[in-house]
Structures are given as structure tokens and as C-alpha cells.
Design a protein around this ligand. Sequence first.
Ligand code: GLN
Length: 281
Amino acid sequence: MPISIENALRDAAHLLAEHQSPSPRIDASVLLCHVLDKPSSYLYTWSDKVLTEQECDAFNALVARRQLGEPVAYIIGYRDFWSLRLNVEPSTLIPRPDTERLVELALERLSPDASAVLDLGTGTGAIALSIASERKDVQVMGVDLRSEAVALAERNQLENGITNAHFKQSSWFDNVPAQTFSMIVSNPPYIDPEDPHLSQGDVRFEPKSALIADDHGLADIRHICQQSPSFLAQDGWLLIEHGYDQGEPVRTIFSDAGFVDVETLHDYAGLDRVTLGRFAN
Ligand code: GLN
């Protein structure tokens, strides 16, 4: 039966709401925009337009995947982050708005004479590419344990026309050349392996290696804090994203590793999300 854009969206949103999507209407709109290859304004301007059978079938197939819990970003293959459109694959974490806060804080602190930035566990390249896009005078290196992530970040760099970043396979600092950086940034895995949220929502589909860390989620943060001083220039900053309840232990880890001006800042929901510190040698 022929169905209009408006009705297709309404039906899909109902189905997705029944299957616990936290954002059924938005999910339905994003999936339909993808099928039609149009911006969201099109859906509202042409809400009475009848979908072709082919469009309808394609839309229903995507909605069915979302009903099974698959994240929208994996279904359509990309996520918008900062000013960039980033390809995403199940081998990497899906970039989140909270991480844009880290980018914002990093840019605020990156001095005018900064020359190099390191992003550890870059995944899609989200943080590295956002910083590189705003500071063309700075060279950004992004590293990731997974070679699939390195390839994906390189593709994202190319497709976003960024030339001042490069990516490398490395477990944290292992393959980082002996040089100093003006700033080190990271959104490492920080979820406690026992956290019940791991069996709910989008995270079920994301790689565990990008999400969980030992020692109540703090093991990788500790490793990064302890190793960073050897790779930071005088007065260089370290900024790390972490869980909403990890501000206090993370500040202690920063201070124990020799950082000063240690501070935890909030995400857009007002929760502790990023701790930063300056390495004063
Ligand atoms: N912020 C993500 C979440 O809680 C986790 C990201 C991470 O572990 N780096 O879903």
C-alpha cells in the first residue's frame, strides 16, 4: 500500500518505541533521510510525498535492523561529529557528543605556538580530525591498537579533506616516535567490566576493547597518565575523557603522575566528563 513520508515516519517511530529505542522519531528520520539521500528538511517539506515501493522496502529493512538494537550509526555507516562527517564501522566506538566537549576544551588550551598533538585510541579519528580541522598549523598524530581503526581514520581524513593529521597503529605509546607533543588527548576505554549498562542499548554492538578497562575502568587512564610526561613538552596539557563518576580517582591519578592545574570539567549534561592537567616538568 502506498505510504507517505509522514506516515512512514510515524509507523516506524511507533515500532522503534516498542523496541526501546531512546529516540524513535529521530532514528526513523535519520534512516529515511539515508534511504532517500536527502537532508532532514526534505522530510518536513515533502511530508505528503508517497514513497516508491523500493524506498519503502529499503526503509523497512533498516528499521528492522534498528528494532534489533543495532546502532543507527552502524546501520547508515556514518556519524556527524564536530563539523565533520565520519564513517563508522563496528570495529570502532561511535563518536558521541560528550567527546565534542573534550575537543572544545582541548582547542581552548592549545597554545598559539603549539606544533604537535597526539590522540591516543583515536578510533574513527574523531578527536584528532576535529582538532586538525580547527588548527591547520598543528600536526596531529592519532594512534589506535586496531589496524582497522587506523584505516578508517585515514579514510575519514581523506574524505574530510584534512591534510595535517596522520595515523599509526600503536598500543598507547608503544609505537609513538620519541618526540614531544604540545598536548595529548584521549577518549580511552573507561567502563568497569561489571557495569550493567554494557548489556543495554548501543554499547552492546560496540567493540569491548574500546569500552572496558580493568581496575573499575581506570587501568588505561592510569597507564596514559603515567606515560604521558615522557611525551609532553614543557607545560603541555593532557586531557582525558572518563565516566561521570570517575572525576575524583582520575584527578588523583593525574596528580600522582606529576600534573598540575588538575581539573575536572562537565559534559553538556552537567556531568564530570573530562579531566585535564598541565605537565610542568
Ligand atoms: N562514553 C561511552 C559510554 O559510556 C564510553 C566511551 C568510552 O569508554 N570511552 O557509553
